[in-house]
Ligand binder design. Structure first.
Ligand SMILES: NC(=O)C1=CN([C@@H]2O[C@H](COP(=O)(O)OP(=O)(O)OC[C@H]3O[C@@H](n4cnc5c(N)ncnc54)[C@H](OP(=O)(O)O)[C@@H]3O)[C@@H](O)[C@H]2O)C=CC1
Ligand SMILES: O=C(O)C1=N[C@H](C(=O)O)C[C@H](O)C1
Length: 242
């Protein structure tokens, strides 16, 4: 039985993952949180999952790499420096990083890419997300993932077309940009809307998470799949065969 180690094991996601392990045929190899040395867990586990904090990612990746243990990274709020570290680690171990491990969002990203590819640039794309009051990063990792899919569908990159803040802006919307809005409040697990708006009509592609179990099940499925892969950087769509 595959032993899964959890970085961030006492958090909301860590606890949700613990609750899904046995039903999916996995074993709990243990957990590590902010006061723990990440190395022993990396050595004890067949595969790791990380749902902790961006500041912890360099140490978690280094421990996984030193132990030769594959790692699923679900932590969001990552910078380009974090992504460079992930690419470097993927030379030695199997790594899967995603802002959302759910089946629904993985499929939604493909629908968004397809819609953006088919619609002209005069269809404005805006992404709205809402999460619980405890969330610390914005926009959400999922919003960024969906924005990247839309930009990819249009043959560009999110870095070139994203607009994260319109406070104080006095000019009209620039064609081809992708805008983001983040709402925070209460206990909302995670809602995302990709709005494509043209003159006289509007398409809205929406995903609503009712439970963290969808992320936890996706993370465990990803870990079980990743445990058998050679070194490289992988995506959720490969796990789910989408
Ligand atoms: N990809 C996906 O599908 C999803 C991703 N997420 C992301 O997962 C992350 C965690 O979310 P959530 O569980 O709600 O957050 P919580 O705040 O509930 O849990 C975070 C956990 O990480 C631990 N942690 C914090 N800092 C460190 C550190 N420096 N080293 C080791 N462990 C640390 C905390 O331990 P301690 O209490 O000791 O500080 C805690 O156990 C977020 O980035 C979130 O956006 C969430 C849902 C789905
Ligand atoms: O912090 C959360 O809770 C979530 N984070 C992920 C994100 O940033 O997109 C995934 C999910 O929406 C819940």
């Amino acid at each position: 039985m595959t032993a899964i180690g959890i970085y961030g094991s006492l958090g909301r996601m860590g606890q949700a993952i613990v609750g899904e392990l046995s039903a999916l045929g996995a074993r709990h190899a243990g957990g590590a949180d902010s006061r723990d040395d990440p190395a022993p867990l990396a050595q004890a586990a067949d595969v790791l999952v990380d749902f902790s904090a961006p500041s912890a990612l360099p140490a978690h990746l280094a421990a996984a790499r030193a132990a030769g243990t594959p790692i699923v990274i679900g932590t969001t709020g990552l910078t380009s420096e974090h992504h460079a570290l992930i690419d470097a680690a993927a030379a030695d171990i199997a790594v899967l990083q995603t802002g959302n491990t759910s089946l629904g969002v993985t499929l939604l990203a493909q629908l968004v890419r397809e819609a953006a590819a088919r619609l002209d640039a005069d269809w404005d794309i805006e992404i709205v997300e809402m999460h619980h009051r405890h969330k610390v990063d914005a926009p959400s990792g999922t919003a960024l993932l969906l924005g990247a899919a839309a930009a990819d569908g249009r043959g560009t990159t999110l870095a070139d077309v994203s607009v994260y803040d319109r406070a104080g802006v006095t000019s009209a919307r620039s064609e081809g940009t992708i805008g983001f809005a983040s709402l925070r409040g209460g206990s909302v697990i995670g809602d995302h809307s990709v709005i494509m708006a043209s003159e006289g009509e509007r398409i809205e592609l929406v995903h609503r998470a009712d439970s963290r179990a969808i992320f936890a099940r996706g993370a465990v499925r990803a870990a079980l799949w990743l445990a058998t892969q050679p070194p490289g950087r992988y995506a959720m769509a490969e796990v789910l065969g989408l």
